[in-house]
Design a protein around this ligand. Structure first.
Ligand code: GCO
Ligand code: MG
Length: 402
C-alpha cells in the first residue's frame, strides 16, 4: 500500500502571498493543495505544519473522504476559515494524487464533463465612468461573455474593486490601508454607471456587480430594486452574511439575483441560505470550503434548490485551487459561473499549467490530476511579504464592513 511519506508547506509572495501544500507518497507521486487565506496566511501555514502534517504521515492517500472526516471531526474545534482552508489544501492535494494515480484529469473522477467549458467573468473597473466603459470594452474584446463592473465613487477615495495598477489586488500594503466609505454617495452613483454600461453595450453579455458586504439589508433591497432594469447576472454580497435573515428581507423587495459565499467555509454556513432559497448563487470555493470533497457536497445541496454555483476566483486563489474549482465546475449539473481574474506574471513563474481561457470559457488541463506544477526554486525568488486587505471607515471615522 502506498502511504503519505511527507507533506511540505511553502509560503511565497510571487505577486501576492500564496501558501502551498505538497504531499508526497511512498510511490513518489506528489499532489498540490492551496492553503492561502488572504491576510492570515501564516496562521494556516502553522495549522498545517504544526497540527495536520504529523497526522498525515503514514496514512493511505487513497482514503480521501476518510482523511477529510478524520481532520474535520477529529479536531473537535470545527469550521472557521483557518481550519477549513488547511483541510481544503490536504483534500485538494489528495484528489491531485488520485488523478495522477488513476491517470485521469480530476474532473473525470468527479463524474466527467457536464459541459464543454466553464463560463468565466472578469473584473472591469474605472476611476470614473468613461474609464469603466473603456475597460468593459477591453474585456468584451478579449472574448468575455460576462463582466463585473465597479467604478470609484466620486469624492470617496478607495472604492472597492477599482484597479490602480496593472491588476486589481486589494491586499497591497504591509499594514491595512484605511479607506473612506460613504454609503449614500455609493447608492447615488452606482446604479447610474451600471445603466451606462447597458446603454453603451446592450444586453448581449452578462453584467455582474459586487457590493462587497457594504449595505444594510434595506439599503440592499433598495439597490437591487433600482438596478432591476440592468438585468444583472447577480449582485454579490449585498450585506454581511452573518445575519442570514437579512437576505429574506432583500428577497421580498427585489428580483435582482443574489450571490453570497466567498468568505463562508462550510455547508453549515450556507445551509439556510440554500434551503430557504435566499440566494441564487453560492460562491464558496475549493480553497476555503473544505476542498473538492466538501464543496461538491455544498453544490449538490444547492442543486436541490435550483441554486447555482459561482465560485470565488480572485487572485488570492492560487492557480492550484482555481484549477481544482474548474474541474468541479465542469462536472456539476448546477454550475453557474466562475470568477477569473488571471494571475500576475510573477505568479505564473512559480505555478505552471492550470486553466486556460478561450472564448469566454475556462478549460482545465487534460493531464492526470489537477494539471498544475509548483516550481519550488522559482518560489525562492519571492520571499514572504506581509500584505493586508484594507479596512473601510465611514466619513465619521467609524469602522465599516470592507
Ligand atoms: C471578489 C472578492 C475579492 C475579495 C478578496 C478577499 O469578489 O473577487 O470580493 O475582491 O475581496 O478576494 O480575499
Ligand atoms: Mg466578492
Amino acid at each position: 500500500m502506498s502511504t503519505i511519506e511527507r507533506a511540505e508547506v511553502f509560503v511565497a509572495s510571487p505577486g501576492r502571498t500564496f501558501v502551498t501544500l505538497r504531499i508526497t507518497t511512498s510511490d513518489g507521486v506528489t499532489g498540490l493543495g492551496d492553503a492561502t487565506l488572504n491576510g492570515r496566511e501564516l496562521a494556516v501555514a502553522s495549522y498545517l505544519r504544526d497540527h495536520l502534517v504529523p497526522l498525515l504521515v503514514g496514512r493511505d492517500p487513497a482514503r480521501v473522504e476518510d482523511i477529510w472526516q478524520y481532520l474535520y471531526r477529529g479536531a473537535y474545534w470545527r469550521r472557521g476559515p483557518v481550519t477549513m482552508t488547511a483541510i481544503s489544501a490536504v483534500d485538494t492535494a489528495l484528489w491531485d494524487i488520485k488523478g495522477k494515480t488513476a491517470g485521469l484529469p480530476v474532473y473525470q473522477l468527479l463524474g466527467g464533463r457536464s459541459r464543454d467549458g466553464v463560463l468565466a467573468y472578469s473584473h472591469a473597473s474605472g476611476t470614473d465612468v468613461p474609464e469603466l466603459l473603456d475597460d468593459v470594452q477591453r474585456f468584451l474584446d478579449l472574448g468575455y461573455r460576462a463582466v463585473r463592473a465597479q467604478a470609484a465613487v466620486p469624492d470617496v477615495g478607495g472604492t472597492y474593486g477599482v484597479r490602480k495598477g496593472r491588476v486589481y489586488e486589494p491586499a497591497a500594503t504591509a499594514l491595512p490601508d484605511e479607506q473612506p466609505w460613504d454609503t449614500q454617495a455609493y447608492l447615488n452613483f452606482a446604479p447610474g454607471y451600471l445603466a451606462a454600461v447597458r446603454e453603451r453595450f446592450g444586453f448581449g453579455f452578462h453584467l455582474l456587480h459586487d457590493v462587497h458586504h457594504r449595505l444594510t439589508p434595506l439599503e440592499a433591497a433598495q439597490f437591487g430594486k433600482r438596478v432591476e432594469d440592468c438585468r444583472l447576472f447577480w449582485m454579490e454580497d449585498p450585506t454581511p452574511a452573518e445575519n442570514q435573515e437579512a437576505f429574506r428581507l432583500i428577497r421580498q423587495h427585489t428580483t435582482t439575483p443574489v450571490a453570497v459565499g466567498e468568505n463562508l467555509t462550510s455547508i453549515w454556513d450556507v445551509q439556510h441560505l440554500i434551503t430557504e432559497q435566499l440566494v441564487d448563487y453560492v460562491r464558496t470555493t475549493v480553497a476555503h470550503a473544505g476542498g473538492l470533497t466538501h464543496l461538491r457536497r455544498i453544490f449538490d445541496l444547492a442543486a436541490l434548490y435550483q441554486v447555482r454555483t459561482g465560485s470565488h476566483g480572485a487572485t488570492d486563489l492560487s492557480p492550484i485551487s482555481l484549477a481544482a474549482n474548474v474541474h468541479l465546475d465542469l462536472a456539476v449539473p448546477n454550475f453557474g459561473i466562475q470568477e477569473y481574474m488571471g494571475h500576475a506574471e510573477e505568479t505564473t513563474e512559480v505555478f505552471h499549467g492550470g486553466v486556460t481561457f478561450a472564448d469566454g470559457m475556462l478549460h482545465p488541463a487534460e493531464e492526470p490530476g489537477l494539471g498544475v506544477a509548483y516550481d519550488e526554486k522559482a518560489a525562492e525568488r519571492f520571499p514572504y511579504q506581509a500584505r493586508y486587505l484594507p479596512v473601510a471607515r465611514r466619513l465619521d471615522g467609524s469602522v465599516h464592513d470592507w
